[in-house]
Design a protein around this ligand. Structure first.
Ligand SMILES: C[C@@](CO)(OP(=O)(O)O)[C@H](O)COP(=O)(O)OP(=O)(O)OC[C@H]1O[C@@H](n2ccc(N)nc2=O)[C@H](O)[C@@H]1O
Ligand SMILES: Nc1ncnc2c1ncn2[C@@H]1O[C@H](COP(=O)(O)OP(=O)(O)O)[C@@H](O)[C@H]1O
Length: 281
């Protein structure tokens, strides 16, 4: 039986600007995605029947609602694959925390099964399947640190220096849909101009989420003592950027017990891609 374990990494939005609201209700964004060398672990075991099954840390999400199952089913149907798969999930990323765990799980499933089922789809074809599962899935399929525009589908890869992050989850769940439908969300940040600088960017959701949720405000105030800090995505996770693992670990070691967190460096290429390429060699 062929079995393979691949990471579904966390992402951070190092900034998130909202430029406009489209007629279909979705928002045009500009956001800088980077991947972290930390994530969920997915183990894929091929089967000769056509059954797709999921086990492990599913946290009460019914199989048919899980983005991993949906991704596998979408690929199996698209390519009329005669094989099945059992997928075991070890969940390390907070759900609905703004670190993209569900989207990353879906992308890792598409990338891995494309190989294991020998579907031979291109990255662009996989991203097309993925975007129907969530706006953030294509960036994980492409797997490169990038500025995303549109609703996240126009990607421009960029190089960033290696940094260490302490990511904190304040134990509150923020609904992405609630933030995007809130009347107080700013929606008119001008598009980035040539030569933009990270220090001049922000997360446009941050002020609203802090106002709605004092735990997020407290988390950011606490992190700011250690270095430049922001919320990722629509929250609730917040992060501080540091130059070394020791400095990031020091922040994690003093984390108040009511919050959870982890430490990881950013990676230019998503760990899912690096691991799959190493397997194919
Ligand atoms: C804004 C981001 C930044 O990374 O937030 P996080 O989810 O990571 O916090 C993402 O693009 C989110 O992507 P994803 O979580 O896949 O969103 P989806 O499931 O596609 O959409 C959830 C809901 O958010 C709203 N939505 C999402 C993306 C977007 N560009 N405009 C929107 O208005 C829509 O109301 C949609 O119903
Ligand atoms: N495998 C999965 N992992 C996480 N969330 C999932 C998964 N499958 C479905 N979901 C649903 O997707 C929602 C968003 O998940 P997630 O990607 O973790 O959020 P975010 O984009 O804010 O980090 C969750 O609240 C959950 O209901």
């Amino acid at each position: 039986m062929t079995s393979v374990s691949i990471t579904a990494p966390a992402k951070l939005n190092l900034f998130l600007h909202i430029n406009n609201k489209r007629d279909d209700g979705y928002h045009e964004l500009e956001t800088l995605f980077t991947f972290l060398d930390f994530g969920d672990e997915l183990t894929f075991t091929l089967t000769n029947d056509k059954i797709i099954s999921l086990c492990g840390d599913t946290h009460g999400i019914p199989q048919h609602d899980n983005l991993i199952y949906k991704a596998a089913l979408a690929l199996q149907s698209y390519k009329k694959v005669p094989l099945g798969v059992n997928i075991k999930l070890i969940k390390k990323l907070p759900m609905g925390g703004g670190v993209g765990g569900g989207s990353s799980d879906a992308a890792t499933t598409l990338l891995t099964l494309n190989t294991l089922w020998n579907c031979q789809l291109t990255i662009a074809e996989l991203a097309n399947i993925g975007v129907k599962l969530g706006a953030d899935v294509p960036v994980f399929i492409h797997g490169k640190t990038a500025v995303a525009q549109g609703i996240g589908e126009k990607l421009t890869p960029i190089e960033l220096p290696k940094k260490w992050y302490c990511v904190v989850f304040p134990n509150v769940h923020i609904s992405t849909a609630e933030i995007f439908t809130h009347p107080d969300l700013p929606r008119n940040t001008p598009k980035l101009s040539d030569g933009w600088k990270l220090a001049e960017t922000q997360n446009d959701c941050e002020a609203l989420v802090k106002k709605l949720n004092s735990e997020v405000e407290k988390t950011l105030l606490w992190l700011l003592k250690y270095g430049p800090s922001r919320m990722t995505g629509t929250g609730a996770c917040c992060f501080v950027e540091l130059d070394s693992q020791i400095a990031a670990q020091r922040v994690l070691n003093s984390l108040p017990s009511c919050w959870q967190g982890f430490v990881a460096p950013n990676t230019v290429i998503s760990p899912a891609h690096t691991q799959l390429e190493a397997r194919l060699k």
